[in-house]
Ligand binder design. Structure first.
Ligand code: ATP
Ligand code: MG
Length: 434
């Protein structure tokens, strides 16, 4: 199956906007077993979009365009494609109604040119299926383009609006079911991804590859994707035996990498940690210094976090470490703000004061200055306290400030995840597959 993605927008070519659709849609489509074969970005102006679609139609089974469905003069996708395919456009009354609903929901007065905006965006090419947009005014559109050869699955052309917050829900809610129904015959691609943390890419490969050799010979593909502090392992296969191959490989990888795997679905680490807290009916408080609230930020990005996360303190100064967390002046004087002792008191203080079952505390030296021979830049202490006591780990994360913060937050979440997985008292890891 040949899938072609055409992103429109001069801002993408000028580097003013990062083309995140390529990444997001690329990943979604790969997981559906319809990986993107070719991707092109064209400017808004002229007939570039029509030329790109005309070219794609010569080889693609599925074409997805993004952007250019708005009401302004640089939004030409709908018009250009209708012109290319010789399709009449008519105003769709349901789309018009939906546009009004979306505008009214924003609680702004309707703009004076509302009628003309709405009327442009409610134009639908003949034969197109409207993909409802709950978050913006221009709906997505799907067109089936017949082939000359009888019996072949028709090509699909899908137009999606540019803003990610509009495109993503339309894709998830409308495009995925549509693609599944239209291309079910070619759905013999199976893929699963293990998200791991705390182990490098080459060690992951060395640990699993020898156990997958004969499955590889039978068509299994292994992909490694190193992200900051994490490694994803993708197992995929195509053809009639795909399901069986991937299932067998996944069992082996689970056995070998279980300890490091935090999810096999698409949940991110903070979701997994909050999920475990929820299951166990536990609450978390955080006390951060060098990560400046990033841990609390990551936790509060997850919907429903308030059930498990009581709050977080950013105690950057010694004064606040003392007044908000009860860190002793003696401790700070004797060991410094970046020390095992301070981390321990930060966690214990947060736990005692703020009504949680677990407290995570972080103190470290992000750099580029402030390091010493004993505590070089990148030194960080992560403390985890619960009713049974407190445990501190010391890590060395010698990266730029943003990466330092990001990795430190991952490490602290992972520390808590492991604690939540080990049954109380025995200190042993249970299977992390929850
Ligand atoms: P609108 O009705 O908002 O004009 P549209 O369908 O016409 O929507 P565009 O005008 O092409 O879409 O893009 C709208 C906004 O969406 C852009 O300003 C940009 O911020 C964002 N956007 C568009 N394409 C991409 C992309 N490939 N990656 C990330 N963001 C994008
Ligand atoms: Mg636009």
């Amino acid at each position: 199956m040949f899938v072609e993605l055409i992103t429109t927008g001069s801002e993408l070519l000028l580097g003013a906007t990062l083309n995140t659709h390529q990444q997001w849609l690329g990943r979604q489509l790969a997981e559906l077993g319809m990986p993107v074969s070719r991707q092109l970005t064209v400017p808004d102006s002229g007939t570039a979009i029509a030329e790109a679609v005309a070219d794609a139609l010569q080889r693609a089974d599925l074409i997805i365009t993004t952007g250019g469905l708005g009401p302004t003069s640089d939004d030409r996708t709908r018009d250009e494609i209708a012109r290319l395919l010789g399709l009449q456009m008519t105003e769709d009354p349901d789309v018009l109604k939906q546009i009004e609903i979306v505008f009214k929901r924003r609680n702004h007065p309707l703009p004076p040119n509302f009628k003309s905006i709405a009327s442009i965006q409610a134009q639908v090419p003949a034969g197109a299926i409207v993909l409802k947009n709950e978050h913006g005014s221009a709906p997505g559109l799907s067109l089936e383009i017949p082939r000359t050869t009888v019996g072949q699955i028709p090509r699909q052309l899908i137009m999606l609006p540019g803003p990610p917050r509009e495109l993503q829900p339309i894709f998830t809610e409308h495009v995925i079911p549509l693609l599944k129904s239209k291309f079910s015959a070619s759905g013999s691609f199976v893929s699963t991804t293990f998200h791991t943390i705390g182990i490098g890419e080459s060690r992951v490969e060395a640990a699993i590859r020898p156990h997958l050799v004969e499955l590889e010979a039978r068509g299994l593909e292994i992909g490694y994707c190193a992200r900051t502090g994490e490694v994803d392992v993708r197992l995929s296969a195509q053809g009639p035996a795909a399901m069986e191959l991937v299932k067998e490989a996944a069992q082996r990888v689970r056995r070998l990498m279980g300890k490091y795997t935090y999810s096999e679905d698409r949940r991110i680490l903070e979701e997994v940690v909050l999920g475990l807290l929820r299951e166990q009916g536990k609450k978390l408080v955080t006390a951060e210094s060098c990560t400046g609230g990033l841990l609390a930020h990551c936790l509060t990005n997850v919907a429903g976090a308030s059930d498990m996360f009581v709050g977080g303190l950013v105690t950057y100064s010694n004064e606040l470490k003392q007044s908000l967390l009860g860190v002793r002046a003696d401790t700070l004087a004797a060991h410094g703000a970046v020390s095992e002792e301070t981390a321990r008191e930060m966690a214990l203080g947060a736990l005692a004061r703020y009504g949680a079952d677990y407290a995570l505390a972080i103190t470290g030296i992000a750099g580029p200055t402030g390091g010493s021979a004993e505590k070089p830049v990148g030194t960080v202490f992560i403390a985890l306290a619960d009713r049974a006591g407190v445990e501190v780990e010391r890590n060395q994360n010698p990266f730029d400030r943003e990466t330092f913060k990001f990795i430190t937050v991952r490490q602290s979440l992972e520390k808590l995840r492991r604690r939540l997985l080990s049954s109380p008292g025995d200190g042993q890891q249970k299977s992390p597959q929850v």
